[in-house]
Design a protein around this ligand. Structure first.
Ligand code: AMP
Length: 214
């Protein structure tokens, strides 16, 4: 295994969250998702949650200093000492530099490559459980019982505010403008692993594990 400080890179809907959860379980390290942390703050209606909500609902990135603060705090916790999988962070050049300033040298950056058309198809059909965060797709991965979460039994799956068509467009634009430049940033540091993300989730997981074992 080439290392335990990892990050998932790629456009929204690439499968970063799905893959990060599986890898975290396989490698026994925490999954650190800024999207999940921000959604949790939103749900609990904290000050952070209220501030983040207006950006998130519009499909815009939350300001760097806000996200950098929550990640710095999270990575100081004991369970992150042996490594972690960052998912959705860093998403801008200043965030990547802040991570370096925290003393974190990533050993692998998994870049999941998916076309814009596929992103629109995936996010447009996505259903999320507001209780436990499980995600489904109306056609590709529906829940076994209509509108009921397989994981926690909650009734009432929803389309996330930021999975609405206008927000999807905005998220893709933010990705291309602010996040895609990180591909080169990490390529230059020799840690980038490009993974074709349009295959099924099991194949993608296997490909990532094979690549890490090389
Ligand atoms: P995700 O679940 O990773 O797609 O994140 C959902 C939303 O949370 C994004 O569209 C942003 O509004 C916000 N967000 C998550 N991570 C970051 C980040 N690293 N920087 C800025 N905003 C973020």
């Amino acid at each position: 295994m080439s290392g335990y400080r990892m990050m998932m890179l790629g456009p929204p809907g690439a499968g970063k969250g799905t893959q990060a959860k599986r890898l975290a379980q396989e490698l026994e390290i925490p999954h650190v998702s800024t999207g999940d942390m921000l959604r949790d703050a939103k749900r609990r209606d904290t000050e952070l949650g209220r501030e983040a909500a207006e950006y998130m609902n519009a499909g815009k990135l939350v300001p760097d200093e806000v996200v950098i603060g929550i990640v710095a705090e999270r990575l100081e916790q004991d369970d992150a000492a042996q490594g972690f999988i960052l998912d959705g962070f860093p998403r801008t050049r200043p965030q990547a530099e802040a991570l370096t300033d925290m003393g974190v040298e990533l050993e692998a950056v998994i870049n999941i490559e998916v076309s814009d058309e596929e992103v629109v198809r995936r996010l447009g059909g996505r259903l999320s459980c507001p209780e436990c965060g499980a995600v489904y797709h109306k056609e590709a991965n529906p829940p076994s019982q209509d509108d009921v979460c397989d994981k926690c039994g909650n009734r009432g799956l929803v389309t996330r505010d930021d999975d609405r068509p206008e927000a999807i467009k905005q998220r893709l634009a933010s990705y291309h403008r602010q996040t895609a430049p990180l591909v080169e940033f990490y390529e230059q540091r020799g840690v980038l692993e490009a993974i074709a993300g349009e295959a099924g989730p099991d194949e993608v997981t296997q490909e990532i594990l094979d690549r890490l074992a090389d």
